[in-house]
Design a protein around this ligand. Structure first.
Ligand code: ATP
Ligand code: MG
Length: 434
């Protein structure tokens, strides 16, 4: 037969295999618990959206829209569609479409894959996962601050608080940015010969984007650029000061980074990033800010809004680097159920179900083989107990119970109904000790 070459996953789009996927699930559970503790409600959104949504929301002259979107034409009706590169635009679309924020303010969260055609490298992938939160209908600085406290709680719960630092900035309002823009263009024109192609192209359309450049030479030039913060009026400054005050009251340390502008055009006033120096160049694990004009810009009623998204890959990577000793070991079954013989094997299914009814995690041996080989598998799976059933035990509605982590204890024959009573105390003791 002709040898078939196996297909590979698309570059930059990774399989997340069981041990890692298990830590992701735990990480997501911690984040979701924190979000719920602050009253955020889940929303599930499509992965594919109309392309114009992202062009309008994120901005035509941004890295994402210019070169990172996976866009295609629906072959059935010719509609232009895009795999979502971020979650805010779709969330805003849904809020408008369903009138969610018309009566009451909303706190929402979502999670799932995002897609950007970036150069794959450590911490930068083409399919990556975000958990995002968005609050609609709050105009005051309290909600900006609440999002910062919420994210800090996530780091604390994950044992990462010491590794992630907060950077804050304010982008002011559009009129304030217009004044700054003129001075910024004049400043950058002074470096015309050194500007890279992206910066040259953006100089007139969207000069603020140049501040977000990843090119070290552009960063060097931007270090001396006029600071947007110095162009803010009293109202914007008061909003920014209030956010800082609440953060300080909560004991959160931060630095103000006047060059923090974010990669998307929809932000105003507060923007923030949580950054670590343990992940090399891709050190931002969470980013967000206020976007008061976006709902109206996408056709909704004017609605102030604020949100953030955290990058699951980067957070998971940080967990393994920074938090090794605190990482719970991969989950292992409470019971491995070994069985041999025709009657025993039929009986074993019922026993396994009863143990699961009692709240135990049970790995039922499948695929036959000797007891010896089954016990090897039980050890390999890291099970706490083996429950062993031969035809003889099955006939008596009984099983052999063997503790696998305590080599001194032998094997005892117990009635199937009594198995949980023998097994549970072991885990209760573990919980007390742990
Ligand atoms: P960066 O400056 O690193 O490109 P960004 O400003 O494009 O990030 P956002 O759009 O704000 O990022 O996304 C929020 C978070 O999602 C980032 O802080 C990061 O943790 C994560 N993220 C963004 N792009 C990627 C990617 N290509 N691969 C992995 N994670 C990503
Ligand atoms: Mg980016």
């Amino acid at each position: 037969m002709r040898k078939i070459t196996p297909l590979q996953s698309v570059k930059g789009m990774n399989d997340i295999l069981p041990p890692e996927a298990e830590s992701w699930a735990r990480l997501e559970a911690v984040v979701i618990t924190c979000l719920q503790r602050y009253g955020y409600k889940p929303i599930r959104l499509p992965i594919v959206e109309p392309t114009p949504l992202f062009k309008r929301a994120i901005g035509e002259v941004t890295d994402i829209v210019e070169k990172e979107m996976y866009s295609f034409t629906d072959s059935l009706n010719g509609e232009q569609l895009t795999l979502r590169p971020e979650g805010t635009a779709g969330c805003v679309r849904a809020v408008i479409q369903h009138g969610l924020a018309n009566q009451t303010a909303q706190r929402l969260y979502y999670l799932g894959p995002m897609f950007r055609h970036e150069r794959p490298q450590k911490g930068r992938y083409r399919q990556f996962y975000q958990i995002g939160a968005e609050a609609f209908g709050f105009s005051g600085p309290d909600i900006d601050a609440e999002l910062i406290l919420l994210t800090r709680r996530i780091w604390v719960e994950l044992g990462l608080a010491k590794d992630i630092r907060l950077q804050l900035n304010s982008l002011g309002q559009p009129e304030e940015r217009a004044h700054h823009r003129a001075d910024l263009i004049a400043y950058l024109e002074g470096f015309a010969a050194r500007l890279d192609a992206d910066a040259k192209r953006r100089l007139q359309d969207n000069p603020l984007r140049i501040l977000d450049s990843k090119n070290p030479e552009m960063q060097e030039i931007c270090a001396g650029a006029p600071k947007l913060l110095e162009y803010l009026g009293a109202e914007s400054l008061a909003h920014f000061a209030a956010v800082q005050r609440i953060a300080r009251d909560a004991g959160i340390e931060f630095v103000i980074n006047p060059r923090l502008v974010r990669g998307l055009d929809y932000y105003n006033l507060s923007v923030f990033e949580w950054v670590t120096d343990k992940l090399g160049a891709q050190g931002t694990v969470c980013a967000g800010g206020r976007y008061d004009d976006l709902v109206e810009q996408l056709g909704g009623k004017p609605t102030p809004a604020c949100g953030f998204a955290l990058g699951v890959e980067r957070l998971a990577a940080l967990m393994t680097i920074a938090n090794d000793e605190a990482m719970p070991s991969p989950s292992s079954p409470d019971v491995y159920l070994a069985h041999q013989g025709e009657v025993a094997s039929r009986f074993a299914f019922g026993v396994a179900e009863k143990l699961r009814d009692a709240g135990l995690d049970v790995l039922l041996h499948c695929g036959g083989g000797s007891f010896k080989s089954q016990m090897k598998k039980a050890d390999g799976a890291g099970a706490a107990f083996a429950v062993i059933i031969g035809d003889d035990e099955a006939a008596g509605n009984e099983a052999q119970l063997k503790a696998l982590r305590d080599k001194t204890s032998g094997q005892r024959r117990v009635r199937v109904d009594a198995l949980p009573n023998f097994i549970r105390p072991f885990f209760q003791r573990l919980n007390k000790e742990g």
